[in-house]
Ligand binder design. Structure first.
Ligand SMILES: Nc1ncnc2c1ncn2[C@@H]1O[C@H](COP(=O)(O)OP(=O)(O)O)[C@@H](O)[C@H]1O
Ligand SMILES: [Mg+2]
Length: 250
């Protein structure tokens, strides 16, 4: 996602992928178990604490995407500020490690079990039933509601940054990879809401299926028109409240 500001997410990747081999020891503390995901700003591995066997997620930042360690530090501080909001991944600590001759920051956080929402949707023929999609959206909104109430925001909500795990009739949701935009918080709260609506749109099948979805979905998606969405819902709490009370047409 590209936004205004000094485009912290722009530019070319300069070096190779890290491709850290399984079994490698990191900072004398962790052993690398497997690759969890590759993103724009780095690679995330499942690691195991040598002393305890406890599993963690370790994100290794590509140096050119983490100039002066700014991104890793901002990310860590944002997660720390929001540590009481359990929908957001919990930050633990940072290490500096040598990879391919570079000093690389490795940010260690809790390991989230589950799958990214993108894969969850893909495994269901690219579209979820309205009720399931709305229930997942409710879960995300109710977790984000206190974050928005505190004047904070996620900053990069999309289906790759949402981890989902089912248990019984419940959906356990965690949000990873939040972004500190260093500009108006209220603007970013409103953008989070637009992004949440986009997540709903993606859950019910995106552009291919939008014409077939019911009025309860269209009433939220507003044809993805930002100004209409923000007129209806100013924060995650207002969207959650709508989900708690709208009337079905059948
Ligand atoms: N704490 C975590 N627990 C489990 N998987 C994770 C965790 N953090 C990241 N991942 C996986 O790694 C991928 C990339 O991580 P992310 O932090 O989103 O990096 P990027 O900013 O580069 O997109 C995610 O989409 C997810 O699959
Ligand atoms: Mg990501």
């Amino acid at each position: 996602m590209i936004r205004e500001l000094d485009d912290p997410k722009g530019g070319e990747r300069l070096s190779e992928r890290f491709d850290i081999p399984t079994g490698r020891t990191i900072a004398g503390k962790y052993q690398v178990n497997s690759l969890l995901g590759v993103g724009w700003e780095g690679e995330v591995y499942l690691v195991e604490e040598l002393q305890t066997g406890i599993e963690r997620a370790a994100k290794f930042f590509y140096p050119e995407r983490n100039v002066k360690n700014r991104r890793a530090n901002n990310f860590a501080k944002k997660l720390h500020r929001n540590r009481h909001h359990h929908i957001l991944v919990q930050y633990l600590h940072q290490e500096r490690v040598k990879l391919q001759g570079h000093d690389v920051t490795c940010l260690v956080s809790e390991f989230i079990e589950g799958q990214i929402l993108t894969d969850y949707i893909k495994n269901r023929d690219n579209s979820l039933e309205s009720y399931e999609a709305l229930s997942i959206l409710w879960e995300i909104c109710s977790g984000l509601e206190p974050v928005h109430q505190a004047g904070e925001y996620h900053g990069d909500l999309h289906t790759d940054n949402i981890l989902i795990r089912r248990q019984g009739i419940h959906f356990h949701i965690k949000l990873i990879d939040s972004f500190d935009w260093k500009d108006s918080r209220s603007k970013n709260v409103r953008q989070d809401v637009v992004d949440l609506v986009r997540v709903l749109y993606d859950m019910v099948g995106g552009r291919d299926r939008y014409s077939e979805v019911g009025p309860e979905i269209k009433g939220i998606c507003c044809g993805l028109k930002t100004s209409l969405i923000n007129k209806k819902f100013k924060n995650a709490g207002q969207l959650r409240s709508h989900l708690d009370s709208f009337l079905w047409e059948y």
